[in-house]
Design a protein around this ligand. Structure first.
Ligand SMILES: Cc1cc2nc3c(=O)[nH]c(=O)nc-3n(C[C@H](O)[C@H](O)[C@H](O)COP(=O)(O)OP(=O)(O)OC[C@H]3O[C@@H](n4cnc5c(N)ncnc54)[C@H](O)[C@@H]3O)c2cc1C
Length: 365
């Protein structure tokens, strides 16, 4: 019988997994089907640029899959039946049977727990959200970015322009995972761009045109960009796959589900343990996870023990607009070293890495 591998999600992780599995299994009868809600690949790492008015490259999935045997199904997965080994879809063919499933549905915007976010904030996790924010920017005089992680910092810097007041609010410090040198550069760079940074300012509630901090301070907030963390789809947990408290599928060292050995997980939607810590949601993590998941699936179907996913971090890249940035060099476990690269060199480096990511997705071998 022909083995059927179904990969859910064609982001950085799912696309790499599907292409890698297909390449490794090319001499077998195995089929790989990649399911994605849209026919285009979304470069999520550039969504702050899209919101700021930049045009992004058109990247049809059919083009990125060119030369591989992966079959693309454009539909939204609505449920997984683990007993029957089927995935339900909202469009043709409506149902897919799998022998091995790769779960790589990524993440979307978070913040559901904070009252008013859903009604009043502009999230930045999908292309549609970025375009909605872009339209809003044409009619607003001030923006409050909530979230001092890398996405919030990048968004604040990218959106800053003369005539627009930009403030960044964050629960702790801006860039908590970075070294003091990197944080210092970010503070100075944002100040030069006119971005006000308010640290230790957790947001308790959003209202129309205002926001309330935990300490009771009320601030005017004409346009709030919510960049305070991502949330994952509920499909894995709803189906009964072992998942953590945030719904991320729990996987072992081979990226195999802890509860269902015929399911693998990769990218933001899977919680991979990196030396005792859950790897941060990033394309830097998702891409190697996807590649390893594809390899591990091929191992399984060719009678080998699925290999252990081994990847190490080397840097974290933060853009500060188009001409500045911080490259934070890290230990293998992603903790920061004191070494940083800043300025134009860092911006150029990040651009090169972002471009090479798409190149890698075309040629994952
Ligand atoms: C503004 C911004 C800047 C960022 N900058 C960086 C950065 O500089 N460096 C970095 O490493 N990371 C960055 N990230 C994070 C990075 O984009 C994500 O961690 C990465 O996209 C995760 O990859 P993934 O493959 O797991 O998921 P995704 O890229 O989210 O892909 C998931 C795919 O699944 C599809 N999908 C979802 N649900 C369904 C469904 N039910 N049915 C079918 N298809 C579905 C989606 O359409 C999507 O194509 C940034 C994110 C944002 C928003």
């Amino acid at each position: 019988m022909t083995d059927h591998i179904v990969v859910l999600g064609a982001g950085y992780a799912g696309l790499a997994a599907a292409k890698r599995a297909a390449a490794r299994l090319r001499r077998t009868a195995a089929r790989v089907t990649l399911v994605n809600a849209s026919s285009r690949f979304v470069e999520r790492v550039r969504l702050h640029q899209l919101a700021a008015g930049r045009r992004l490259a058109e990247l049809p999935l059919a083009g990125l899959l060119g030369g591989s045997s992966v079959e693309l199904v454009v539909a939204r997965a609505t449920g997984i039946d683990l007993a029957e080994r089927t995935v339900r879809l909202d469009g043709p063919p409506y149902e897919l049977r799998y022998d091995v499933l790769v779960y790589a549905l990524g993440s979307g915007s978070g913040g559901e727990a904070v009252p008013g976010v859903r009604e009043h904030a502009y999230p930045l996790a999908t292309a549609d959200e970025a375009l909605r924010l872009r339209a809003r920017l044409a009619e607003t005089g001030s923006v409050t970015v909530v979230g001092g992680g890398l996405t919030g910092i990048e968004a604040a810097a990218e959106l800053a322009r003369p005539g627009l007041r930009v403030e960044l609010l964050t629960t702790g410090v801006a860039g908590p995972g970075l070294s003091a040198r990197a944080r210092g550069h970010i503070r100075r760079s944002l100040a030069l761009m006119g971005v006000a940074v308010r640290e230790h300012a957790p947001v308790a509630k959003l209202g129309p045109g205002t926001l309330l901090l935990d300490d009771g301070t009320e601030l005017p907030a004409e346009t709030v960009v919510w960049a305070a963390g991502f949330a994952v789809p509920a499909l894995a947990a709803d189906a009964g796959l072992a998942a953590d408290g945030h719904g991320r599928m729990l996987v072992d060292a081979s990226l195999r589900s802890l509860s269902h050995p015929d399911v693998f997980g990769a990218g933001d939607a899977a919680a991979a343990d990196r030396r005792g810590r859950t790897a941060r949601m990033s394309c830097q993590t998702g891409l190697p996870m996807g590649r390893y998941a594809g390899e591990a699936v091929a191992d399984l179907l060719t009678g080998r023990e699925p290999r252990t996913a081994r990847f190490r971090f080397v840097w974290q890249n933060v853009s500060l607009g188009r001409r500045d940035g911080v490259t934070q060099f890290t230990r293998a476990d992603d903790t920061p070293l004191d070494a940083v690269m800043t300025g134009r060199a860092s911006a150029a480096f990040k651009e090169a890495v972002t471009r090479s990511t798409v190149w890698f997705l075309r040629h994952p071998r």
